[in-house]
Design a protein around this ligand. Structure first.
Ligand SMILES: NC(=O)c1ccc[n+]([C@@H]2O[C@H](COP(=O)([O-])OP(=O)(O)OC[C@H]3O[C@@H](n4cnc5c(N)ncnc54)[C@H](O)[C@@H]3O)[C@@H](O)[C@H]2O)c1
Ligand SMILES: O=c1ccn([C@@H]2O[C@H](COP(=O)(O)OP(=O)(O)O[C@H]3O[C@H](CO)[C@@H](O)[C@H](O)[C@H]3O)[C@@H](O)[C@H]2O)c(=O)[nH]1
Length: 480
């Protein structure tokens, strides 16, 4: 029986391995992590991450051919294929701080693999890593491996949170990069055989190692660039009276461009886009390509601009101050159908409003109060380290309350900011919300999900990203 071990039981390691176990009953899969609480949660009824469809997959395989364990060394020792899916956060100190990927967790995993291995293994990069990481990992393994042969493969993951199970069941493609040697090609074939249990052959792409590593960074850069492009257009729409939804539709019907990923928003979030673009920027700079670095940096700059533009809209609309005003924040996760808050635009928007002394009442159906308080207190980039290494919030922020109902959040509020596109915010009884708010009552829709005309009929003053401005807002420019 082929044995797989995955180091890192996070958003990628957990769902990916659960699907491999489901689709390949003849393979034994162990997912290991240094975080005891995370592994305990994977072994419980309350999984550590919220992902539609994940519970069912885990329940079908756990205890049969899918195991979650903190005994990292035992499972690595026994495995034929070791996936490494640990954090690769942005460096916060030293050379490349604020841009380069921090490979500390990766390196310690590689050293441990070399230490405990007694048989040849395929080591698979599942984490998103800088180009040429495989070379560094290879050196660590071969210099410490006591003659054991390791083949390194790059197999980046393209799942998106909220649709992870769907994405894993029907991936657009699976990408496997390896050495162009007979041993490298043989290892590629071994991994290909795993995915071939459910992924059609033509969707399994094989490349050299560097193409696979770079393709992952490139794909995320292209995706994020589309959002920054449409968000840049949203600012111009507001200035000219164009409607960004109509513009996106008109642009996206060109089959060369396509309709996906053209929704204007308060900004993209998530653990990947910013981190991976910063990493790409750093690699370009290190390779003497400052113009290319500058080009990609702009995607992040527009994203930051979009978030501060939103905050400025809120403040300028409400008579240029939100001090002591109650603002309801609907949605804190970086997108719907996840409880993940890493790099969520809600953090920057809330911090911006708190900077202007607002009182916030926050509601998100999947994010806990503890997480929200921690996020609002934490330094940038700390969020992507393992949970047990993150600082805990010292005191509860008095200006922030977290509630478990949208109506409670909006009660007596002066304004409402919609920051995540949860379906339930589309169907709220906005008349009831309006009746319970202070007047004038404002709605700032950072996700373009409300019916603007209907809300204006009720009496709200409404701002919706990239839509023709409410007469109230027209004379109140929000320069970021
Ligand atoms: N989150 C996503 O949607 C997504 C999608 C594609 C790729 N990625 C990439 O995958 C990688 C992992 O992302 P994630 O979101 O799953 O991160 P995560 O923080 O959810 O999980 C990583 C896990 O690795 C564990 N870990 C760290 N060092 C370890 C070690 N030495 N031994 C054992 N366990 C260790 C941590 O405790 C943590 O539980 C990153 O490189 C990320 O960029 C993420
Ligand atoms: O038209 C759009 C599409 C997305 N977003 C925002 O962009 C962010 C990222 O969304 P999404 O890409 O759907 O989620 P992620 O889980 O971050 O997935 C991205 O990052 C992963 C980690 O690398 C990759 O594996 C995925 O392919 C890639 O889509 C979220 O804040 C979304 O709200 C928009 O603002 N407008």
């Amino acid at each position: 029986m082929v044995k797989i071990c995955c180091i890192g039981a996070g958003y990628v390691g957990g769902p990916t391995m659960a699907v491999i176990a489901l689709k390949c009953p003849s393979i034994e899969v162990a997912v290991v992590d240094i975080s005891k609480s995370r592994i305990a949660a994977w072994n419980s009824d309350q999984l550590p991450i919220y992902e539609p469809g994940l519970d069912g997959v885990v329940k079908q395989c756990r205890g049969k051919n899918l195991f979650f364990s903190t005994d990292v060394e035992k499972h690595v020792y026994e495995a034929d294929i070791v996936f490494v899916s640990v954090n690769t956060p942005t460096k916060t100190r030293g050379l490349g701080a604020g841009k380069a990927a921090d490979l500390t967790y990766w390196e310690s995993a590689a050293r441990m693999i070399a230490d405990v291995s007694k048989s040849d293994k395929i080591v698979v990069e599942k984490s998103t890593v800088p180009v040429k990481t495989a070379e560094a990992i290879e050196k660590i393994l071969t210099h410490n491996g006591k003659g054991i042969k390791f083949q390194i493969l790059s197999n980046p993951e393209f799942l998106a949170e909220g649709t992870a199970i769907e994405d894993l069941f029907k991936p657009d493609r699976v990408l496997i990069g390896g050495r162009e040697t007979p041993e490298g090609q043989k290892s590629i074939q071994t991994l290909k055989n795993v995915y071939a249990h459910w992924v059609p052959e033509e969707r399994i792409l094989t490349t050299n190692l560097w193409s696979a590593e770079l393709s992952k960074l490139a794909a995320n850069a292209f995706l994020a660039q589309r959002i920054s492009s449409v968000n840049a257009m949203s600012a111009l729409c507001e200035a000219t009276g164009a409607n960004v939804t109509q513009v996106s539709y008109a642009v996206g019907t060109d089959t060369r461009i396509g309709p996906k990923f053209l929704n204007a928003s308060v900004g993209f979030g998530g653990s990947c886009f910013q981190k991976d673009i910063l990493n790409l920027v750093y690699i370009c700079e290190c390779n003497g390509l400052p113009e290319v670095a500058e080009y990609w940096k702009q995607v992040i700059k527009i994203n930051d601009y979009q978030k501060s533009r939103f905050v400025n809209r809120v403040v300028s609309s409400m008579f240029n101050t939100v001090a002591t005003k109650k603002i309801a924040i609907l949605g804190f996760a970086f997108k719907k159908d996840t409880g993940d808050t890493r790099e969520t635009p809600a953090i920057d928007v809330c911090k911006g409003l708190l900077g202007d002394k607002a009182r916030l009442s926050i509601y998100d159906p999947q994010v806990t109060e503890d997480q929200i308080q921690r996020d609002l207190w934490m330094n940038k980039f700390d969020w992507d380290h393992p949970i047990h290494l993150q600082p805990t919030s010292p005191t509860t922020e008095k200006k922030v309350s977290v509630v478990w109902d949208a109506y409670e959040a909006t009660k007596d509020a002066d304004g409402v900011c919609i920051l995540t596109e949860w379906d339930e915010f589309k169907t709220l009884d906005y008349q009831k919300v309006y009746d319970n708010m202070r007047k004038p009552a404002f709605v700032f829709d950072g996700r373009n999900i409300v019916d603007v005309d209907k809300l204006r009929e009720i009496g709200f003053i409404v701002y919706s990203i990239g839509k023709p401005l409410d007469p109230w807002l027209k004379d109140m420019p929000a320069v970021a």
